[in-house]
Design a protein around this ligand. Structure first.
Ligand code: EPZ
Length: 421
């Protein structure tokens, strides 16, 4: 497995371009299964997770063509099977997103249950219960979900989700798009990626209203047509590089992004002492050489602080001026990066779901191991502010969610290189 070696001490300074959103790309690629005509998806990031989903579609017999700009055209008219195998689903839990579309369009699906993962058990009970409420017959056996629609077509209904679930909202919204009648999803996720999916479904001829609020109403239609859709920029990639620049007391200009999707993140960066200049698609952050001030945050569903930004802010707090508390409320085990940072000289105490970070002047390089996508990124950030060479192992996690991370950081002046294990 490849590793990243980071020689810390450089202030980041430069411009980078943000890639398309991973967490928009995955549901939208799954949504192509709903269409009777070809769907072209653009601005896709070159990420392992996107490749995995494209491979999954191909395995089902769906015709996928990719052009040199990574625009992907999906034509499901050639679909032969409705099976998502464990060997693929275990590498990318978001494969569960094919369940709703397969049921809605073809009336049947066999999808491996995504296992738990490092950050939590991550059940999909709300996805399954919602589909059952819409008339699907769902059986879970030997690690697979076997689902069918005895009535021939899913039926719209009112769903009240116990927990705010992003992919649960997305799966049920896609299923409802072709159901008979109206579906109302209460306590829906409000994430921008849910809105992007709704926009794509409406371009396909769907009738989705209220995406971005906690109540989404979907009028089912008989069929959905092909379309062309470019995914929104990746707000978490954006936040990751902004926090990296703040942690190194540097300056960065992030282009082709969507500042209006990052209110909670930008507010915390301002509290940390960053000077921000925004326009429609660009964010400039300048620490003016100052050390970041410690911030306190609590993760929660959008529009609050994304859980996917928690590890990155923990890395910044590790070297910030003062003490900050970081509370994780979404996942039950998302502090595994903390012990790795403490091995680098950080002073972070864990109390239940809160990390109390007392900022130190600098960290000291160490060999560290990543456990999930965002924890990996936070260890790279820690390496940027550590004396010596930090070796981050198991970086396949990073390749799942960050396109060309070492090239982008090199563009910003970081001393980072990838070495094959
Ligand atoms: C999505 O995961 C994202 N992934 C995650 O990003 C993100 O961390 C998460 O939302 C929260 O924002 C994609 O969009 C592909 P949830 P998802 O269902 O949908 C519980 C990254 O780093 N829950 O919103 O799987 C669950 O256990 C990834 O890019 C149930 O109990 O998360 C969790 O505590 C990591 N039953 C909470 O809801 C269910 O049926 C939120 O999970 C579903 C979820």
């Amino acid at each position: 497995m490849d590793r990243l070696i980071i020689t810390g001490g450089n202030r980041l300074d430069g411009d980078i371009r943000i890639s398309g959103s991973k967490n928009s790309s995955l549901p939208i690629l799954a949504a192509t299964l709903l269409a009777d005509g070809p769907v072209t998806v653009g601005n896709l990031p070159h990420l392992q997770d996107v490749t995995t989903l494209i491979e999954l579609l191909g395995r089902m017999g769906v015709h996928v063509t990719i052009d040199d700009r990574m625009n992907v055209e999906v034509n499901v008219s050639t679909i032969e099977e409705f099976h998502a195998p464990y060997e693929l689903v275990k590498t990318m839990r978001a494969s569960i997103l094919v369940l709703g579309p397969l049921l809605a369009h073809f009336g049947r699906a066999e999808v491996s249950l995504p296992g738990g993962c490092a950050i939590g058990t991550r059940p999909v009970d709300l996805h399954l219960r919602g589909l059952e409420a819409m008339g699907a017959e769902v059986e879970v056996a030997n690690g697979y979900v076997y689902a069918s629609v005895p009535g021939g077509r899913l039926k719209g209904t009112r769903l009240v989700l116990d927990t705010v679930t992003v992919t649960g909202t997305e799966n049920l919204m896609m299923a409802a798009a072709l159901a008979e009648g109206t579906t109302i999803i209460e306590n829906a996720a409000r994430e921008p990626e849910v809105v992007d999916l709704a926009d794509c479904l409406n371009k396909m001829g769907g009738h989705v209203q209220g995406a971005g609020t906690d109540t989404i109403t979907i009028e089912g239609v008989v069929s959905l047509s092909g379309t062309v859709h470019n995914v929104i920029p990746d707000r978490i990639e954006t936040g990751t590089y902004l926090v990296a620049a703040a942690a190194t007391s540097g300056r960065i200009r992030v282009k082709d992004t969507a500042p209006h999707l990052l209110d909670a993140v930008l507010q915390k960066l301002q509290e940390a002492g960053a000077k921000l200049t925004l326009d429609e698609t660009t964010i400039e952050l300048d620490m003016e050489g100052r050390r970041p001030k410690a911030i306190s945050l609590k993760t929660a569903p959008y529009p609050a602080m994304p859980t996917d930004m928690q590890a990155q802010f923990t890395a910044m707090n590790a070297v910030a001026e003062g003490t900050g508390t970081i509370t994780e409320t979404v996942f039950e085990n998302r502090f595994m990066h903390v012990q790795e940072m403490n091995r680098m000289g950080a002073d972070i105490q864990l109390q239940a779901n809160t990390a109390i970070c007392r900022g130190v002047d600098h960290l000291t390089a160490a060999p560290v191991m990543a456990t999930d996508l965002r924890a990996s990124a936070s260890l790279v950030l820690a390496g940027l502010v550590a004396e010596g060479d930090t070796i981050v192992d198991r970086i396949y996690h990073i390749d799942r969610g960050y396109e060309c991370i070492e090239e982008k950081l090199q563009l910003l002046g970081a001393s980072i290189r990838r070495v094959p294990a």
